[in-house]
Design a protein around this ligand. Structure first.
Ligand SMILES: NC(=O)c1ccc[n+]([C@@H]2O[C@H](COP(=O)([O-])OP(=O)(O)OC[C@H]3O[C@@H](n4cnc5c(N)ncnc54)[C@H](OP(=O)(O)O)[C@@H]3O)[C@@H](O)[C@H]2O)c1
Length: 333
């Protein structure tokens, strides 16, 4: 291959992302310089956060600039190397972007052991989403044995792992997901105690049945009306892990205010946001523990791997916002 297909951010989306927001270009592949190596990107992590990275405004990371390669975590193999620590054939992951090739000096690049897991899994359950679930639940949510842990977007990359860790820690795990098939998967295959289908239209009543002792730890991935309803179920001194607000990522008007905020006061709740990158120095510990639970059959991991290459990026990203993904979404390139 002589050229590098790239997705450049052309304009900032209003509402859902479209192909019009990107320019797809073929650029010549530069030779890696001294102390650099070249990666052929094979699997791109498709994450809800990407929608935020396209937008201007205060956040935990600067937005992707117009004309720049779209930011993405990804994995692939080293195909050329002038770097003493990276050899041709090494499997690696890093923030490689939505493109086919990248030259790197090794900063923030991890070597992956393919005998332990596939490239896709290394950017899924053993990658950023797994780290988010692990540190968000254990370090921020601080679940205790017997607690009820409630998680929204429960069949997805982060939520599916949150509930399974809650079970490992002796908690009652309750999920919220869209549709009967996702709820069946969450209970029958992942082993949650219950799952509520928010699309069925009885969220508060169904949650009360699924959480008869209330909720001690809420792991929030969705926000909006779902979050507002969950607040009314919280127990005294409960903890809220604010991980994501996906229902608002494509909003074109200001979200409605929460009307149930009084429960934060009356139940003396603690709420803390989590950004997974804050825990980067402890990733090896989490990878070791998640890997062990997986090997012991206590943790099921699922990737939803889509074909279509770089040009499919906008359509594949939008699956996250329609609930079209089943597990950690990955784009093959
Ligand atoms: N803070 C961090 O460091 C961090 C890191 C990673 C991820 N996150 C956050 O974690 C959340 C989950 O991310 P993920 O990568 O694991 O994605 P995911 O759960 O695999 O996929 C997203 C899911 O969100 C649900 N969803 C989308 N729009 C919704 C809406 N309007 N109302 C209700 N549910 C909706 C859909 O599931 P249903 O079909 O069930 O509706 C969809 O499948 C996101 O909010 C993400 O931003 C945060």
């Amino acid at each position: 291959m002589t050229s590098n297909r790239q997705a450049l951010l052309k304009s900032r989306p209003f509402g859902l992302v479209t192909s019009e927001n990107f320019e797809f270009v073929d650029t010549p592949i530069a030779e890696p310089g001294e102390g650099e190596f070249q990666v052929k990107v094979e699997a791109i992590s498709i994450d809800p956060a990407m929608r935020g990275w396209m937008a201007e405004g205060k956040s935990y990371i600067p937005p992707v600039g117009l004309g720049e390669v779209m930011r993405a975590g990804a994995a692939g193999h080293v195909v050329k190397s002038n770097h003493p620590k990276f050899e041709v054939g090494d499997a690696v992951s890093g923030m490689f972007g939505v493109q086919q090739f990248i030259n790197s000096n090794g900063a923030m690049v991890a070597k992956l052991d393919e005998s332990q897991a596939s490239l896709e899994r290394w950017i899924a359950g053993l990658g950023m989403p797994g780290m988010t679930a692990y540190f968000g639940l254990l370090n921020v949510g601080e679940p205790k044995e017997g607690d009820t842990v409630l998680v929204s977007a429960a069949s997805g990359a982060v939520g599916s792992i949150v509930g399974q860790i809650a079970k490992i820690k002796g908690c009652r795990a309750v999920g919220i997901a869209g549709g009967p098939e996702k709820c069946r998967y969450v209970v029958e295959e992942l082993g949650f105690d219950a799952c509520v289908d928010y699309k069925a239209g009885n969220l508060y009543k169904d949650l009360r049945e699924a959480c008869p002792k209330g909720v001690d730890v809420l792991f929030e991935n969705v926000g909006g009306e779902i979050f507002n309803t969950e607040l009314a179920l919280m127990n005294v001194f409960g903890r809220i892990v604010l991980c994501g607000l996906i229902s608002a990522y494509n909003a074109t008007e200001m979200p409605k205010a929460l009307t149930n905020l009084r429960f934060v006061l009356t139940q003396r709740l603690k709420m803390q946001g989590i950004i997974v990158f804050d825990f980067a120095k402890d990733y090896p510990k989490a990878i070791e523990e998640l890997g062990r639970w997986h090997a012991e059959g206590k943790l099921k991991l699922r990737e939803d791997i889509r074909e279509g290459g770089i040009d499919a990026y906008p359509d594949v990203l939008n699956l996250l916002f329609s609930g079209g993904n089943n597990g950690k979404l990955v784009l093959k390139v």
